[in-house]
Design a protein around this ligand. Structure first.
Ligand code: ATP
Length: 310
């Protein structure tokens, strides 16, 4: 498909709203991922775009043309399955051939196209690629041919590594659309902060303006942040904690008692108790054991303001 525009798409199944007011565009040659938990409406939205479902409301435009009422086979789209699903009773060649047979492409033309695809994917040499190799391959083919792609996954690592932009979906609503690094560093809602990476999320009890930034009171204690928060909560990433040497003073300094400690290779995941609250820390090193106390600080920029979500 060339550039894609979805205008106020809504999908209702009886009384259940599976997609609520999805409004976005995907530029020509862009790779966009719909990311969200099971049941959030990703597949429904994709089926509407491919033409397998008629939306309850809204329009789909491709290359500037309204295709909402155009059947799937007449749209310039191809859809593949989230699980890379294949027909188990068919061999690799027959699986690849399936779509062309469905479209009643003549035998000679089918053979020509299949040989070209097999050569392109280097399938002759690697008939059973690993998922992350397939991922790299999909991206390479998409870039080489300048294809516009809308990809669906509930795997955040996959979305982060492949996409130009990610649309994070929750309960039928696109909560944020942004480049992977923006989503990670500036999550708009608690759902996005928690779904992309790990986050400690704290309700804001009140806040006071400072000469620079503001002071927010949370159940963990008072925190100084760079900007202000207009929504109900703030978040901080477990890996942003800076360990303080004994006696060192810092803004946003906390004492934390370790309640759980898991060594996972390149870092250590900790659960700690801070003012009676359990929070998560991710540290490259940690000499302390469970039950011991450490001190850490957070920079002003590490306190992320969150808005109300879906
Ligand atoms: P998954 O990752 O598990 O595939 P998803 O995000 O793709 O999930 P959808 O399959 O789009 O989610 O489903 C969204 C919601 O709409 C779910 O609550 C689902 O039960 C409901 N739903 C989907 N298709 C239908 C249908 N044909 N009739 C009724 N409800 C449906």
């Amino acid at each position: 498909m060339s550039g894609l525009v979805a205008q106020h798409i809504r999908m209702e199944f009886g009384t259940h709203t599976a997609v609520s007011d999805a409004h976005f565009s995907v530029a020509e040659g862009e790779f966009v991922t719909l990311l969200g938990p099971s049941g959030c409406g990703k597949t429904t939205l994709l089926k509407i775009i491919a033409g397998f479902l008629a939306p309850s409301a809204g329009r789909i435009l491709m290359g500037g043309v309204d295709v909402t009422d155009v059947p799937p086979e007449a749209r310039d789209t191809a859809m593949c399955f989230q699980s890379y699903a294949l027909f188990p009773h068919l061999d690799v060649r027959a699986n690849l051939e399936f779509g062309l047979r469905q479209k009643r492409v003549a035998h000679a033309e089918r053979s020509r196209r299949l040989d070209s695809v097999i050569a392109q994917l280097e399938l002759g040499a690697h008939l059973a690629k690993l998922r992350d190799q397939v991922r790299i391959e999909i991206r390479r083919i998409q870039r080489t041919h300048g294809l516009t792609a809308l990809y669906v996954t509930h795997d955040q690592a996959e979305a982060l590594s492949m996409s130009d932009r990610i649309f994070v979906m929750n309960r039928g609503v696109i909560e944020q659309e942004a480049a992977p690094e923006v989503l990670y560093h500036q999550p708009r809602t608690a759902f996005v902060a928690d779904f992309i990476g790990a986050a400690n999320i704290l309700p804001v009890l009140d806040q006071q303006p400072l000469a620079e930034g503001s002071l927010v009171r949370t159940p963990m204690g008072a925190l100084t942040m760079a900007g202000t928060v207009t929504g109900p909560a703030i978040a901080w990433r477990p890996e942003r904690a800076r360990i303080l040497p004994p006696g060192a003073r810092a803004v946003n300094a906390f004492e934390a008692r370790i309640t759980d400690r898991a060594f996972v290779g390149d870092h250590i995941d900790l659960q700690v108790e801070i003012n009676g609250l359990i929070q998560r820390l991710r540290l490259p090193h940690c000499p302390q054991a469970v039950g011991e106390v450490l001190r850490f600080a957070l920079d002003l920029e590490d306190i992320l303001p969150l808005e109300q979500g879906a």
